[in-house]
Write a protein that binds this ligand. Structure first.
Ligand SMILES: Nc1ncnc2c1ncn2[C@@H]1O[C@H](COP(=O)(O)OP(=O)(O)OP(=O)(O)O)[C@@H](O)[C@H]1O
Ligand SMILES: [Mg+2]
Length: 316
């Protein structure tokens, strides 16, 4: 069945300017918060060497990983990918990074194509595909096509000198290497009163004005973030009033509103072009009609044995 672009996902990659700035914490919590907004979300942990998204969201149930998906990439379609994803909440599913350290295969071209296909396939299953990108994603040969493909990249940084130094370079790379139709945003995470680099200075370094909408600040929130990741839960689920959780939730609400507006716009144009009651508003197989609350989707498959059984059925 041809995929109607009206139903394919928005894609957002999160890339850290430096290690440890909170990219994974943000990717996981934003994915969770988007799902709370009745958006169907697939989170791909492409930090294949050290990815820890599963730790943040659903360690106990984490099933097949990016490694397994790439092993069956030739015949990966939305039906097969659907069986590989681990449900974390009714509307949020995760493809975790391999649990053992796994080096990127030697063939960057093949790898790059595979990752692109993975993201495209995931796009048929969700409203949002979020990608936790590994450190150095911008200079990684195997990620180059994906970095061009993602609709939006959020560069995550923190208010320290080393991170700011890298962020400046990474921001410039995003401006120059991704086309003008692509969106970039900046997230200043772990902001606090005694920052070495205050927010306004950080933004000025990157050439962003105070009225620029392409950046957001999120506070440092040691106890809440640590406690949530220790328990494998989203911060918003445990401490919804925490300022960081609220900031992430606000971001999710803005993204959800943007998608709703895009869909309304597309629907208007589609009905102008093809008239009502045509087959054009059919989504991909297995996808819920847009606007249907995510909580009414098919219940997730829980349990350790179940995923393995389903994977074996497809992979052999
Ligand atoms: N706003 C925050 N306030 C306090 N601690 C935070 C915040 N955001 C993230 N952290 C903590 O910072 C540490 C690094 O976070 P995380 O692993 O998400 O960073 P990363 O950029 O993905 O790192 P890596 O480069 O290893 O992938 C974690 O201990 C996390 O709990
Ligand atoms: Mg990370």
């Amino acid at each position: 069945m041809p995929v109607n672009t009206m139903h394919t996902a928005n894609t957002l990659g999160l890339a850290g300017a430096k290690g440890g700035v909170g990219t994974t914490a943000l990717a996981c919590n934003l994915a969770w918060a988007l799902a709370q907004q009745d958006q169907r979300v697939v989170l791909l942990d492409l930090d294949v060497r050290t990815g820890q998204a599963a730790l943040h969201l659903c360690e106990r149930n984490a099933g097949p990983t990016v490694h397994e998906a790439l092993q069956v990439i030739e015949r990966l379609d939305s039906t097969l990918l659907d069986t590989l994803l681990t449900p974390c909440s009714p509307a949020l599913r995760l493809l975790p990074a391999p649990r053992n350290w796994w080096a990127w295969p030697e063939e960057p071209d093949r790898n790059a194509e595979g990752l692109l296909k993975l993201v495209r396939t995931a796009s048929e299953l969700a409203d949002w595909v979020l990608v936790d990108l590994p450190k150095g994603a911008m200079t990684h040969e195997g990620l180059a096509p994906l970095m061009q493909h993602l609709q939006e990249v959020a560069l995550v940084t923190e208010p320290t000198l080393p991170a700011t130094f890298n962020a400046r370079w990474a921001w410039q790379w995003l401006q120059e290497q991704r086309g003008p139709s692509r969106t970039h945003s900046l997230v200043l995470n772990k902001m606090h009163k005694a920052c070495t680099v205050p927010g306004h200075q950080l933004r000025r370094t990157l050439g962003l004005g105070d009225d620029d909408t392409a950046w957001r600040e999120l506070p440092r929130s040691d106890a809440a973030v640590a406690q949530a990741s220790y328990q494998g839960q989203a911060v918003g689920a445990l401490t919804p009033k925490d300022p960081w959780a609220r900031g992430v939730s606000q971001w999710a609400a803005e993204l959800a509103a943007r998608r709703t507006a895009q869909l309304a716009n597309t629907a208007e144009h589609t009905s102008d072009a093809v008239g009502p009651n045509t087959a054009s508003d059919e989504g991909p197989a297995g996808a819920a009609p847009t606007g249907q609350p995510a909580s009414t989707l098919a219940p997730p498959l829980w349990g350790r044995g179940a995923w393995r059984e389903r994977l074996m059925r497809w992979a052999t």
